[in-house]
Each structure stands twice: as C-alpha cells, then as structure tokens.
Design a binder for this molecule. Structure first.
Ligand SMILES: Nc1ncnc2c1ncn2[C@@H]1O[C@H](COP(=O)(O)OP(=O)(O)O)[C@@H](O)[C@H]1O
Ligand SMILES: [Mg+2]
Length: 191
C-alpha cells in the first residue's frame, strides 16, 4: 500500500487490525465479521489471527529476543516447551538464532525489526499488517527487511498488507494499492 503522508494508510491498517472501529463498513478477518465483538473477543482475535508490525519495534527492554516471542504465546496459555521451539524456529527464519539470548539494547535497529517480525508471526496469523517497517533503517537494511517479509509471507502462507513509502520495494510484492485522500485504489500490477 502506497500513498502520500496523511492519506490514511496507517488509519486503514489500524481499522484492519481492529484497533480502531470504522465509522462505516465491516472488517472481516478470515471469515469472521468483527462488528459487534466485545473488546475481549477482539483482543483474542488479534492474538490468534492478526500479526502487527509497526514502524518502531516496541520490544520490551528487559526481555531477551526469544522471550519477546514467547511472551505472546504464553498469554494464550500455550505449552512452554512448544512455545520455545516455535520461537527459536522463527528467530532462525529471520536469521537471528544466535541472537536469542540478547536484549534489545544489544541488537541493531535491523535486528530489532526482525525480532518484531518474528514476534508478529508467533501466532501463525491469517493476516500480517505491516506499517512502514523500514522507515528507521538505511536502504540496504530496509531492502533486507522487505525481502524477509515477502519470503516469510509465502513460507507461512500468510496474507500480508505492507505500507511503504519506498518505490524500490514495489517490485517484490504481488499487488500495489494506492491510498489518496482516504480512498484506496486497487490494484495496478506490480513490477
Ligand atoms: N488518532 C487520530 N485521531 C484523529 N485524526 C487522526 C488520528 N490519526 C491520524 N489522524 C489523521 O488522519 C489522517 C490520516 O493519517 P494516517 O492514517 O496516519 O496517514 P498516513 O499513514 O497515510 O500518513 C491525517 O489527516 C491524520 O492527521
Ligand atoms: Mg502512516
């Protein structure tokens, strides 16, 4: 998803993530209409079906990389050993197996964003919503993060909606949609 600053891209992602209730229309996630669900039901839906990656990783300073991932699944009451295996598998998938015991201040910006992406995949989401994940990274690290997201999207069979301001990223996505003055135009073929 591309479009000028202030056009409504982040707002649309927040609505899709059920973090913001739309004034009109319905959000349906994996066949479940979200209209009328309670706050608790929405939180459970987000926890189980939606992966969210925002611009800033927002990792918990006191937790190691692997713990950032484990805490998500533990909230849902999954078994500790299974959770740890899955967390290590995802850290390996984003190329950070050897950084598992490190805390955020011991990681680079690109590494923190990769932990963030791995964390978003911890619940095997139906949809991954990603808002300008490369804005805090230099061009090369940014391109690596986009490659990682597109690779994991296919590997994990997740549908990903990615907001980016960098035209270089558009060649690696399946479809490009544009938001302008709060309106979404679908889709011009990519690349
Ligand atoms: N929480 C909010 N309350 C009111 N207006 C907001 C809020 N967040 C964003 N906006 C406004 O909504 C419009 C779209 O913002 P946003 O979705 O952040 O755009 P983009 O991500 O495309 O830059 C802007 O005019 C912005 O100022
Ligand atoms: Mg935005």
């Amino acid at each position: 998803m591309v479009g000028p600053s202030g056009s409504g891209k982040s707002s649309l992602l927040a609505v899709a993530a059920t973090l913001v209730t739309p004034d009109a229309g319905t959000v349906t996630i994996d066949g479940t209409p979200t209209t009328g669900l309670s706050r608790g039901e929405l939180a459970a839906l987000r926890r189980r079906r939606i992966g969210i990656v925002f611009q800033q990783p927002h990792l918990i300073a006191s937790l190691t990389a692997v713990e950032q991932l484990q805490v998500i699944a533990r909230i849902d009451g999954r078994k500790p050993r299974t959770v740890r295996d899955r967390a290590m598998e995802l850290l390996a998938a984003v190329g950070l197996a050897d950084q598992a015991p490190r805390r955020p201040h011991q990681l680079s910006g690109g590494q923190r964003q990769r932990v963030n992406i791995a964390r978003a995949l911890m619940n095997d989401p139906t949809v991954l919503l990603v808002d300008e994940p490369t804005s805090a990274l230099d061009h090369e690290r940014g391109a690596a993060v986009i490659d990682l997201i597109t690779r994991l999207t296919h590997q994990q069979a997740t549908a990903t909606v990615l907001v980016t301001h960098d035209p270089a990223h558009l060649t690696s996505v399946d479809k490009v949609a544009e938001v302008r003055d709060g309106r979404l135009t679908l889709p011009a073929a990519a690349g």
